[in-house]
Design a protein around this ligand. Structure first.
Ligand SMILES: [Zn+2]
Length: 706
């Protein structure tokens, strides 16, 4: 189903939450975990019953209803199990719930729209209240607060709706569509037809609780594996046996390792040596030659070039990993064992998702709603762009050395800030001493973005500002009678610049959530096509944060640098994403593979993609760095969302720049709701989703920056 839960998911912050439970996979294999799950096979009498009912219903409602009757019967028979009732119950159900004329269909549609909004909205409210203590800055956490926070009141909602047959009422009367239908026929659908499609989509899967449980368990296990995969940097030795990193530095793979590599560009003395050592560590993680004993262990020194391990000569921490036995030799392909578990758990849901029967299909056709082939072509458009060698030459010139493979993470295209951190912090703290001050100022900020006084008050009236325990997030209202929440971090001395920057990003989410819920024609169409769109709209606000408080905003130079930086990151993550995609296909083609087979496949795929799109620029072949992302292990084909996010954000930003005033245009595009991504983008700016805007801006930028 399309997930009605409403956290705005800042991709950079909490990527893993965006995945619906079903697709957030990873699992124990074997049949045992499925002992209680009923097979997805319709009972034997179904066919005969269907033929009989079709004749009766067509006789009652006329030939004009024939195709609806056939479709409805097919749709419910795909989900009906023996435990739902025998043939007599089935026939009574169909006879009693088929809406055979427009008036009864309208009544049914209206009722489901209203009541599902109540159900999802109040579930959202309960969930939000139960998380109040953990999400907000409200004092100490008690043990039971964590239990409240972990409780999901909607966990059994879909099961209940199938058990009491409300789901079957929808499936009997409204169309389940494939992505293909939505992409071809969807162009000529009315808003109401789109809303009916989305209503049916809530019930497009009937995944048994046992399967979801297996998936959650595997997801938790892969999370655990990744979350403990730290490298103690003080204990890394370079080729001359030197320590390059400070004591106590503990970096999580891959995020912190990559960020340290990026940060090292400004270290003119040891930066290059640090980058080389991090690159070597990454390589050993991907190919699993990393000694198992050095993972998260400050008691050992490790030279990743020679792979020598010895007791630490210098101590910076008493931490020792909690292991039941001494580990010897390389990590035993644990990375790939977890990935296989993820795959096998995902696969358990396949039989229960007839319209998208693989995780690959669910990710692309349901979550992203852009066919995999088209996504791949977009990525290749970036990867094979003639701009790549030109930017590479520019980077080489700026670094004054030949490029190394790790320069896929070059981050030197950054404008210098016109203001010092202290200047920004004090300007913001004066303006926002507490969250009330920010809440009061929202209409002013929104008018600053070009919203009319009227629309600014409308949006502000639908948002409550609250002090976050963490760094901040936005949460949609879920139903029109509730308010969206803007959670922001405010310290003792008032808000600082970082908190403000995040708050403006979240305000963008909240504005989108408000327009796409409170100002929309059909509840089932609330929201945006996928996470990349809500992020893109939030970035439109965020990019204007300085100008909103009267400080000078971006100039031509910084915009050009921004384009180059975005292009280079997109180039990097497109390759990483292609690896992720190809690996999932490989697993589906080799379901019985052993972890070492998968390791070899990932290495080969990483090299193949490197050799095709990177080797010509970097002059080195067979590099495996593209396989280092931790998402690949624990986020189940989520990576392609990142390049799509860059591409979509850039399209929208360029469009907003042309429009001049953000406000009215923001409202217009947000009110389109959850159409298909291409249709939404065509409605917004006249072209489908694609990297052309990014490529054009990068081309212009190249002539400005040297
Ligand atoms: Zn966000």
């Amino acid at each position: 189903m399309r997930k009605p839960i409403l956290y705005a998911l800042c991709m950079a912050l909490v990527f893993s939450l965006s995945c619906s439970q079903e697709s957030r996979v990873g699992a124990p294999h074997g049949e045992d975990s499925l002992a209680g799950a009923e097979a997805a096979i319709p009972p034997g009498w179904m066919e005969a019953a269907g033929e009989k009912l079709e004749k009766e219903l067509v006789a009652r409602y006329g030939e004009a209803q024939k195709s609806r009757v056939q479709r409805g019967l097919k749709q419910i028979s795909d989900f009906w199990r023996a435990s739902d009732g025998d043939q007599q119950i089935f026939e009574e159900f169909v006879n009693g719930n088929f809406a055979g004329d427009q008036a009864s269909l309208d009544t049914m549609f209206g009722r489901f729209e209203r009541l599902l909004e109540k159900a999802f909205g109040h579930m959202n409210e309960i969930g939000r209240e139960f998380r109040q203590q953990t999400d907000l800055d409200l004092g100490p956490l008690e043990a039971y607060d964590e239990v409240f926070a972990a409780y999901d009141p909607s966990a059994h909602l879909m099961d209940d709706f199938f058990n009491n047959k409300l789901a079957f009422v929808v499936l009997l009367n409204f169309p389940l569509t494939t992505l293909d239908d939505r992409l071809t026929d969807g162009n000529s659908w009315t808003r109401r037809q789109w809303a009916e499609t989305r209503l049916a989509e809530y019930f497009s899967k009937r995944i048994p609780a046992e399967v979801n449980l297996a998936i959650s368990k595997a997801a938790a296990e892969t999370d655990q594996y990744i979350s403990e995969y730290n490298i103690w940097m003080y204990h890394l030795l370079d080729e001359q046996d030197r320590r390059l990193f400070p004591p106590k530095m503990r970096l999580l793979s891959h995020w912190n390792l990559r960020d340290e590599l990026k940060a090292s560009y400004i270290d003119s003395e040891k930066g290059f040596a640090k980058q080389r050592i991090i690159e070597k560590v990454m390589e050993r993680i991907v190919n699993q030659t990393i000694p198992a004993s050095v993972i998260d262990n400050p008691q050992l020194d490790w030279n990743p070039f020679t792979n020598d391990v010895r007791p630490a000569k210098e101590h910076d921490s008493d931490f020792s990993p909690n292991r039941s036995e001494e580990l010897e030799g390389p990590e035993p392909n644990t990375r790939y064992r977890h990935l296989l578990e993820a795959f096998r758990a995902s696969k358990l849901a396949d039989p229960y998702s007839p319209n998208a029967p693989t995780l690959i299909a669910r990710r692309f056709n349901e979550n992203r709603q852009i066919p995999e082939g088209r996504v791949r072509e977009m990525f290749k458009q970036v990867l094979a762009s003639p701009l790549v060698p030109r930017i590479a030459a520019l980077i080489q010139k700026r670094l004054d050395r030949p490029l190394e493979p790790f320069d896929i993470w070059y981050n030197g295209f950054r404008a210098k800030s016109k203001y010092s951190a202290a200047e920004l912090d004090s300007a913001i703290a004066r303006r926002y001493p507490d969250s009330e001050a920010f809440e009061k100022d929202m209409p002013v900020l929104l008018r600053g973005l070009g919203f009319s006084a009227d629309r600014a008050s409308f949006v502000a009236a639908n948002i409550a500002v609250e002090p976050a325990r963490g760094s901040g997030h936005a949460m949609g209202a879920g139903m029109r009678q509730a308010k969206a929440r803007l959670r922001t971090r405010i310290g003792e001395g008032g808000m600082n610049y970082k908190g403000y920057n995040i708050a403006i990003h979240e305000l963008g989410h909240n504005a989108e959530q408000t327009f796409s819920l409170n100002a929309i024609d059909y509840y089932s169409l609330n929201g945006v096509p996928n996470t990349a769109f809500t992020e893109a709209l939030a970035f439109v606000f965020q990019a204007r944060d300085l100008e909103l408080i009267g400080l000078q905003s971006a100039d031509e130079e910084s915009e050009a640098l921004h384009a180059l930086n975005t292009f280079w990151s997109t180039y990097e993550i497109c390759g990483v994403s292609l690896v992720d995609m190809r690996v999932w296909h490989w697993m589906y083609e080799h379901p019985e593979a052993a972890p070492e087979d998968l390791r070899d496949a990932v290495l080969q795929i990483s090299k193949d993609i490197w050799n095709e799109f990177y080797a010509p620029v970097f002059g080195k072949r067979d590099v495996v760095l593209l396989g280092i992302y931790s998402h690949m292990i624990h986020s189940f084909l989520y990576l392609p969302d990142y390049p799509l996010g860059h591409i979509i954000a850039f399209q929208l930003e360029e469009h907003m720049k042309k429009a001049g005033k953000v406000g009215p245009e923001f409202e217009r595009v947000a009110r389109q709701g959850a159409l298909s991504p291409d249709l939404w983008m065509k409605g917004a700016l006249g072209a489908p989703v694609g990297p052309e805007a990014l490529i054009a801006a990068t081309e212009t930028a190249l002539s400005r920056v040297n």
